[in-house]
Design a protein around this ligand. Structure first.
Ligand code: SF4
Length: 382
């Protein structure tokens, strides 16, 4: 698999880490301790850093939290980010202690309602500049700017998020402040994919922070997030990621491990959903396997398919090899040829159409025939 392509996003430094297309995709997480419990928060920030977190976010909701943050800063080497909630004025208290400030355009309305949002953003950019901080414009489906929501109507979830992000980027650009990234989060991975794709098409230069909110507990929470990341990262979209999992405090570093694993899997074609890497050549993908695999022969088969199909390298055809009957049948629909493995047989598909079941020792020949047919008719759709 060639190196993943990336959108030409600009570089944005967050403490000792820089995100953007010239840099590896960063992985981040967030503390879940009470921020005023300095010992616990420092311990968790350090545990995340040691697990490989590039950035650790801390929630700050009050002046007391901001005071605790000053102490936390002294005791951890993690690059720190904060979420500003409704009280955006806390920025001046927290910025001296962190490397990035996240604000939510949908929260800027709550305080000082007579002031236009532009004035508030100008204030935040000024604070960020003075304190050597990056900014994240964090748009969230659950708290979209009410003015945008009214404009688009109750059934459009994408439009208000997109316009909100694009407007805020433009305004920061107009202020001459370009050290920012954007996130567009939703609890539905399909919405995450759609809104991030549309944003990246409009602003391919702006680094994106990817995440699925309220993803839930592992393994389901990881799977949901993985599907969204697969569809985006494979298309060059995403410069930093967070996997949000419902886990106890001692297990928080699992978010980092999950993020790194997903990125490594995408880079090597181990994916659960059919992805288009934008290749003009053969695209063989296989699921990363999990406890649902019903026949270990699947692992070997995935390897054999890769080797056997090498002769077709120059053809833009996608072949998906999936390990089970739970997800295999659905997840192979978008591939030109799909194989999903049952306990004794392998099921073969051409797009959504079933071509029958074959024993493990007969499937390779059949795949070869079908592949030759696709090449001869030029019907590969990858
Ligand atoms: S296709 Fe089945 S075996 Fe493979 S990762 Fe998905 S659920 Fe697990």
């Amino acid at each position: 698999m060639p190196a993943l392509r990336r959108n030409p996003t600009r570089s944005v430094r967050i403490g000792s880490v820089t995100i953007g297309s010239q840099h590896a995709i960063a992985v981040q997480s967030m503390t879940a301790t009470h921020t005023q419990d300095v010992d616990a928060t420092v311990a968790q920030a350090e545990a995340l850093r040691e697990a490989g977190a590039d950035v650790v976010r801390v929630a700050v909701d009050s002046k007391k939290d901001a005071e605790a943050l000053a102490e936390i800063r002294k005791q951890t080497r993690a690059n720190l980010a904060v979420d500003l909630q409704e009280n955006y004025r806390l920025a001046e208290l927290v910025a001296p202690h962190v490397d990035k400030i996240r604000y939510n355009p949908g929260h800027l309305y709550h305080h000082e309602q007579e002031k236009p949002w532009q004035e508030k953003v100008a204030y935040l950019a000024g604070i960020a500049r003075e304190n050597d901080c990056a900014i994240r414009i964090g748009v969230n489906c659950g708290s979209v700017d009410p003015a945008k929501k009214n404009k688009y109507g109750p059934n459009d979830t994408i439009g208000p998020m997109l316009e909100s992000a694009v407007d805020h980027c433009q305004y920061l650009d107009d202020l001459g402040y370009t050290r920012y990234c954007v996130s567009l989060k939703d609890s539905d991975p399909r919405h995450v994919v759609e809104v991030n794709r549309q944003f990246a098409a409009r602003r391919p230069d702006v680094p994106l922070h990817l995440g699925v909110t309220e993803a839930g507990m592992p393994p389901d929470g990881i799977i949901k997030t993985r599907i969204a990341f697969e569809q985006l990262v494979s298309q060059g979209i995403g410069d930093t990621v967070r996997v949000s999992l419902t886990v106890t405090n001692d297990r928080k570093p699992e978010e980092i491990a999950a993020g790194r694993q997903i990125l490594a899997d995408i880079a090597s074609g181990r994916v659960r959903s059919v992805v288009d890497y934008g290749l003009k050549s053969l695209n063989i993908i296989s699921c990363p396997s999990c406890s649902r695999v019903e026949n270990e022969a699947f692992i070997h088969l995935a390897q054999q398919v890769k080797e056997m199909t090498r002769y077709a390298e120059d053809h833009a055809i996608t072949i998906a090899v999936m390990g089970c009957r739970v997800n295999g049948p659905g997840e192979t629909d978008d591939a030109d040829l799909g194989l999903w493995c049952g306990p004794n047989f392998v099921n073969l598909k051409r797009g959504p159409e079933s071509l029958g079941q074959y024993p493990y020792d007969a499937i390779l020949d059949k795949v070869r025939q079908e592949l030759d047919r696709l090449i001869a008719t030029g019907t590969g759709k990858a």
